[in-house]
Each structure stands twice: as C-alpha cells, then as structure tokens.
Design a protein around this ligand. Structure first.
Ligand code: SAM
Length: 621
C-alpha cells in the first residue's frame, strides 16, 4: 500500500532512470519534492523498498532501481464500512491507497473502504483493515459484498440468495445473519489490506500525558434516538440525544444557560428545552440553523394538524399558473422535470401558511422530501447522482414521501410540545464559533458540543449534504451561494504554511508524520486545528469560571496517522486556561460493537482502540 507521495517518488525514480540510466541521489529526491532533509528522502526510498517496489541496494549511491517496473494504481478510500451492525452509508474521500496494478483485475472500477467492527473476522477481515472493492451490482452466492439495506444502511457481509430472499452472513459465529427481501450490492471485496502500522500507532506504548477512560455506559446501544423532534430531519454526525442529556444532567442544573457552539441540527438544544435549561446554539450552516429552529420551537399539535390537512387540500386545488420552479444551477441535473413540478406545487402550498413556526416546521418535512425525491443516490451524504437504469426508473412519490415524513414529525412535535419546559429559551445564532458572536463574557454555565471531525472536504461535507434542500427552501438569498458553505466551515481553507504557534505536542507529532507523506494534507489538517483553537478561546471567554466545557470528538485517520484530537484539545485548552478533568471513551452507537463481550458500566478500564469517540471534559480555572 503506497501513499500518494510515495507513488510520486517512485514515478520520479523510474523517470529519472530512463533519462539518466542511473537512479537519482537522495539529495536529488529531496530537492525534487522539497523535502526537509535527505533522511526524509531516505524514508521514502525505504518505504518503497519495504513495499518491494525498489531493489534493496540503497547503501550504494544512486543504486536504487525499480523492481520489474511494476505499474501502480491509486484507489480512493471513500469511507468506512461496518463489519458489524449496519451503519448509515457515509461516503467521504478521506484518503487514497496505491497498490501495484497486478494486485487487482484490470476490469472494472475499484474503491476502498476502511472496516469497522468484527463480524467478518472468520474471513480474515479485521477492524481497521482496508478492503478494496470492485464496483458491481450483482454477486455470486457466498461472495463478500458491500451491501446497502433499508435504504441507507451499509454493511460488509457474505451474501446468499435462499428461499426468495437474501441472507447477509457474518463470518463470526457469535453473530446472527441478517435477512432481507431486498439488498443493494455496491461491490465485492477483492483485496484486504492490513494496516499494522496504524494499529501499532493506536497502542498505549507511549507514556501518554492524558488518560482515556472507557465507559460503555455511554454507548446507549440499541436505544431510540428519534424521539420528540430529534427525528424530523436527517443531519450528518448528529449527537445521540442520550449523550447530550447525560452531559446536561451531569454538568448543569435547571435554569442554567448553556451553549452548543457547533449546534448542527440542534440535538443538544432540544434536550436543553426538555430539561429546562436555556441554550444558545451557533452554527455556520444555514440549513442547520433552519432545522435547529424548527426542532426547538414548540407548536400546538392541534393547530399544526389543522394546517397540515388544509395544506393537503390546497396542493390538490392549486392552479398551475401559481407554480414557480426554483432557479438554481443544475436544477435539471438533480431533479426530473415532473418531480420539480410536484415539489414546486408542494412548496407553494407550504409558503401560503401564515404562522411562521408551522410553516417552517412543515418546510423541514418538505426539505427531507427534496432529498429523497432528488436524483441523488439514497443514503449518501455527498451529492452523488444515480445512474443508468436506476435513474431511468426513478419515479418518486413526492406527495407520499412528504405526507409520511410530515405525519411522523407531527407525532414527534406532539410529544415535544407536551414535555418542553415553557420557561427556558433557545437562541440560535448563524455565526462562526471561532469569532465573537456577541454572547457576553463569563455568562455561560456550560458549553456542550460536538465539533466536526475535520474539514468538510475530507470528512463530513455538511454543506454538500445540505445543498439541495437549502436551495429549495430558500435559506439563502441567492440559492447558488449554497455551494460555498463547506469552505467557510472549520478547516475549509488550507493553511498557507506549516509554521504555526499552536502549543500541542500531539498536534506537531501528527503533522510531522502526515507532512512526511503529503504536505498539502498536513496544511489542511493544521488549518482545522487553528480554527478549533480559536473556538476554544471564544468558549473560554463566554464561560463562567469553574464551569464545564464538554466536547464529543473523534480521532480521525489521515494518511494512516491517527490524530488524537481529544489529547490535542486537552493540550490546547490547558494553554488557554482550562483544566482537562476527564476523557471518557464511548463506542459510536449503531456503528460498531465492543471488541469483547464486556459488561457495561465499567468505568476506569484503560484501553484505546479505533471506532470510538471521546468526551473531553474541560473546566475553566
Ligand atoms: C458534528 S456536527 C454537529 C451536529 C450536532 N451535534 C447535531 O446533533 O446535529 C458539527 C457542526 O459544526 C458546524 N460548523 C463547522 N464549522 C463551524 C464554525 N466555524 N462555526 C460554527 N459551526 C461550524 C457544521 O456546520 C456542523 O453542523
């Protein structure tokens, strides 16, 4: 497996040999790639030798030579796949791997996925491995496939057709098969790549400055997450309501003022309202702001139902002359003409609702309808268009999707209206949390949040996910501005240099490892932490002394380097004036199972594995 940079070094050595009939010196490699030193060039040569792509003659000057001039191919790692419980199919273009051409067939297109979970260990596929997949929509009995079930749940399993239905069989005797009438095959596994290096990286070999405490009682595996208004609209990387609630119950009391500085669709805001805490929510994605407002504004369910029924009648009777198609770029690419007409009719009928809260609430159901009836592939957070027969056959029941969603949402609002505490307020701010958003200094009793994992381009593309909905529901004055959201979010613009003033050994260590392979990626990563550090400073300013700031964070992999965001936050925050009181590790719900059958509620067991997220608890000194 080669990184992009390693592959470029190999290409350079090959081309150099062709031109000069001898290999470049380490100094020539260093100069070509603007490496810090000849030893970095040596590192690359060593990697290529370890991969069997260069002969091992490096003690002789200019002696390296490509082995049999093997061709390489770069494959995108498009996301994670669960070899365990199905997870929402998330596609991110996080990384690439380079393998030699003869390792995979020349036919077909390939992509790679990082594996999470242990259900395929019987097939030699382990948690943390990378699997190379050949894209295809069918599979033979017994092949290991990437399967999407229930619309957008992706999993890695062996596929069998039997008795008119499909069996998705785990290769782990402790787990049960999954049966479905319909399974969408997205490809078959053609190669497994074990990354021992990154697993070593995960170990507790270093004398760490901070301690992570595993606590399975934070998992809330199998619990309902769509109660109240939590389920009214999909949003990437949402909080689990139970986690937000527990943090609120642990670190705040009724009547306190809280803030979620990356509020997204507003999970913590809903929980605050239910617990009688007042809360600010800040986000830089206009669709998130719209959803958070709709979720947290209590509406009398009788009035809501009445307006909903009236709306359905209005849609039927609406004259064609009243229907206005929206005007944004690529409308016809993402929607079929008849879908556009149906959506426009529905939207016009919603716009006629006078009560703003009701109008916006029903507009969220419309927003989901937009996503589901668009030509985008179901279950992907990125904008990927359907193709071929699937696109041809695509004929969504726009009204049916809307009614189904609206009725579920009304049921959620009925519960929320009943239980929301009347005397607490929610204020939602469209703003950048790395800047001053006019929340008074030392005014908050607690900050609870979950920041993005990294920049939107290479992790979760919040803006891209939101674009079509945002364009339809008019959250932008000019709908074409919707494509600019991702660049504005944390880490959206790469830092110009790798020189910085952040005082974090963990960050420097990660940046150094990444820069050795790919300097541009290292600058991307740095830009994210520069922004995050500014957010920590703002949080410090707003929080009262001795109060808590809880962040739920993921430690992402970049170029096979696991970045310990939890430790980096702890280091940066301590420089600002916080004390890191705790780092609690939980399994990410719905995504994976613990490695062993461990009893829950064991606090204090030390362990670090992948597939977990950390709750960093900071206290202002
Ligand atoms: C992990 S999500 C939060 C999800 C949220 N907890 C929920 O339950 O829906 C992170 C959020 O951070 C927002 N974000 C990214 N950069 C930001 C910035 N500089 N200022 C404010 N919000 C930002 C993104 O738009 C995204 O909604």
């Amino acid at each position: 497996m080669l990184t992009k940079k390693q592959a470029r070094v190999l290409e350079f050595i090959k081309a150099f040999r062709v031109r000069h009939e001898y290999a470049p010196s380490l100094e020539e490699i260093r100069r070509k790639f603007k490496l810090a030193s000849a030893s970095t060039a040596h590192y690359y040569v060593g990697k290529l030798q370890d991969a069997g792509l260069l002969n091992k003659e490096h003690h002789q000057p200019r002696a390296v030579s490509p082995v049999g001039a093997k061709q390489t191919v770069e494959i995108p790692i498009v996301g994670v796949i669960a070899a365990g419980q199905p997870i929402e199919a998330i596609e991110t273009s996080e990384d690439t791997i380079t393998i030699t051409r003869d390792e995979i067939s020349r036919q077909g297109r390939h992509y790679a996925l990082r594996v999470q979970g242990n259900s395929m260990i019987g097939e030699g596929i382990f948690d943390g491995d990378v699997v190379v997949i050949r894209k295809q929509e069918t599979a033979e009995n017994g092949q290991t496939v990437v399967a999407v079930i229930d619309d957008n749940e992706a999993t890695l399993k062996k596929l069998y057709r039997e008795n008119g239905r499909f069996r998705l069989q785990p290769a782990n005797p402790t787990l049960f098969p999954i049966y479905r009438d319909e399974v969408e095959v997205r490809g078959i596994v053609v190669k497994i790549i074990r990354n021992l290096e990154s697993q070593l990286d995960q170990g507790q070999s270093r004398n760490e400055k901070y301690v992570r405490k595993i606590d399975y009682s934070w998992d809330y595996r199998g619990e309902k997450t769509k109660s109240y208004t939590h389920g009214i609209h999909t949003y990437p990387a949402m909080f689990i309501p139970q986690v937000a609630r527990r943090l609120l119950e642990t670190y705040t009391k009724e009547g306190d003022t809280i803030c979620d500085i990356f509020c997204g669709s507003g999970t913590a805001l809903v929980e605050s309202k239910l617990l009688g805490r007042s809360i600010y929510g800040i986000d830089l994605n206009p669709l998130a702001i719209f959803l958070a407002k709709a979720k947290t504004t209590p509406i009398n369910p009788q009035k809501l139902r009445k307006e909903y029924l009236a709306l359905l009648t209005r849609v039927e009777k609406m004259k064609d002359s009243k229907i206005q198609k929206p005007d944004f770029k690529n409308l016809d690419f993402w929607f079929k003409d008849k879908v556009i007409i149906k959506l426009a009719r529905l939207k016009e009928a919603i716009r006629e609702i006078k009560n703003e809260a009701i109008r916006n609430f029903l507009m969220t159901a419309f927003s989901e309808t937009v996503r589901y009836s668009s030509n985008t592939k179901n279950g992907e957070f990125k904008l990927v268009r359907m193709k071929g027969e699937k696109l041809e056959k695509h004929d969504p029941d726009v009204r049916g999707i809307f009614c189904n969603r609206a009725e579920k949402n009304i049921a959620g609002m009925t519960d929320f209206y009943k239980d929301a505490k009347k005397d607490s307020w929610t204020k939602i701010i469209y703003g950048d949390s790395s800047k001053d958003n006019r929340i008074k200094a030392s005014s908050l009793d607690c900050i609870i949040t979950s920041p993005p994992y990294g920049d939107s381009r290479t992790t979760v593309a919040y803006g891209q996910f939101s674009r079509l909905s945002a364009q339809w529901i008019d959250v932008f004055e000019n709908p074409n501005d919707a494509s600019g959201v991702d660049n504005a979010l944390l880490g959206g613009r790469a830092s110009k240099t790798l020189t910085h003033g952040l005082q974090s050994e963990y960050l420097n260590d990660s940046l150094e490892k990444i820069a050795k392979q790919d300097e541009t990626r290292a600058r991307d990563v740095l830009s994210f932490y520069l922004g995050l550090n500014e957010c920590l400073k703002q949080a410090y300013r707003m929080l009262k002394s001795k109060k808590y700031f809880c962040l739920v964070v993921g430690n992402r992999l970049v170029k096979q380097v696991r970045i310990p965001t939890d430790f980096i936050i702890a280091e940066l925050a301590e420089k600002i004036g916080f004390t890191c009181e705790d780092i609690i590790v939980r399994n990410i719900p719905g995504k994976r199972m613990p490695m062993k059958n461990s009893p829950t509620n064991i606090v204090g067991v030390l362990e670090e594995t992948m597939n977990k997220e950390s709750i960093v608890v900071l206290r202002k000194d």
